[in-house]
Design a protein around this ligand. Structure first.
Ligand code: HEC
Length: 96
């Protein structure tokens, strides 16, 4: 019985994970890279934590309108130290 439940859990979880990935868009690399490299601090919805981690959702675009803003957002430690290339970082930041 325990083995049956274990197998059933595995099948259910696998289905859930595949559906989640499909909904996120397995081809949406920007979203995946955000999940892997940024959401631990900036949270899954990029809303941040007031006083600790700035929100980037619906905000990061403002940096593009000020001098030096574009350079700033790719040089903050979270961006600069992420193990992704420039194009992947661009996709992450433009998806926020
Ligand atoms: C270890 C926690 C952590 C991770 C991981 C992290 N960040 Fe951050 N991020 C911060 C903190 C804290 C700040 C505010 C302090 C600062 O500017 O360095 C910040 C600031 C920023 C800012 C500037 C926003 C502002 O309003 O000043 C951007 C843009 C940003 N992060 C993007 C990213 C991206 C993109 C990733 C993933 C590739 C990422 N961060 C990963 C903690 C993190």
């Amino acid at each position: 019985m325990k083995l049956f439940l274990l197998i059933l859990s595995y099948i259910t979880l696998s289905a859930f994970v595949s559906v989640s990935l499909a909904e996120d868009g397995a081809d949406n690399l920007g979203r995946q890279n955000y999940t892997l490299n940024c959401q631990g601090c900036h949270l899954p919805d990029a809303s941040g934590s007031p006083g600790l981690v700035p929100k980037i959702k619906d905000f990061v675009g403002n940096f593009l309108h000020v001098e030096g803003g574009r350079e700033f957002i790719v040089q903050v430690p979270g961006s600069a130290n992420a193990p992704i290339n420039d194009q992947e970082l661009t996709d992450v930041l433009t998806g926020c």
